[in-house]
Ligand binder design. Sequence first.
Ligand code: SAM
Length: 285
Amino acid sequence: MNLWDMNTIKGVLSRHGFHFSKSLGQNFLINPDVCPHMAAECRADGGGVLEIGPGLGILTVELAKRAAKVVTVELDKRLLPVLEETLAGFSNIKIILDDILKTDLKRLIETEFPGQEIAVCANLPYYITSPVIMRLLEERLPIHSITVMVQKEAAQRFCAQPGSRSCGAVSAAVRYFAEPEILFQVGRENFHPQPNVDSTVIRLNVLKEPPVHIDDEKDFFRVVKAAFGQRRKTILNSLSSGLAFQRETIALALERAGIAPNARAEQLTMEQLAALSNELSSENE
Ligand code: SAM
């Protein structure tokens, strides 16, 4: 079945009386080249893949051609009969009806892919991009890479280098867990219905060890959040209003970490953010 052909798509959807839900981010890909390209980039050949939001199954099919097993989690139960039709003929795909934000991912991976490190591949619903990506990274699951299509602007944030203008709290958080890469661009015309944003496919190559030494991870993420919380302020001012430390304590920690008090968070490297967080952690002891 040609799932990128508009007549086929319309036929399948009308047979099942399906109507798109904007609130679930249902913009389905209709370009035949995008999914094979994503499937090739997600490093799943012969292994296991977790997909999020299969929609009509256009990416699922490409993943199933390459991987040993694909588990795909879809929230919209109206898509189940559609997927049963479009994925018929593949014996290595399992569909799970659930909200990916509520799924017990550790258990799912242990049950479906015992003893394996898997790939994640998805054209993500954009309303949950950051929470999904941060969950996948923070829970330290047996995942080697996360290849996802996200809104173009979000891709720039996820992949920004600390120390560069576009760096934000999420860029630093992602770099703590993974090495991000921009893979390719996908314009809005490649979807039905057409969204009003363009997309980018990125891959997060999950690191075995963090790139910097952190004494206390909770402190590190608190510092990152406070530092980037008020981007136009100096680092001294944003940390003073965002953290429960005296201004003098923060000034001293900045000095010890070798950071000028009038620097902006976006100018700091991962090493400087780590040094600052470790200095502040030692104040808590
Ligand atoms: N993979 C398909 C494609 O590329 O054409 C569909 C992608 S569409 C952008 C996002 C999909 O995620 C939809 O099928 C939507 O129903 C599903 N979805 C939305 N929220 C979800 C959630 N919380 N958990 C799981 N799936 C979700």
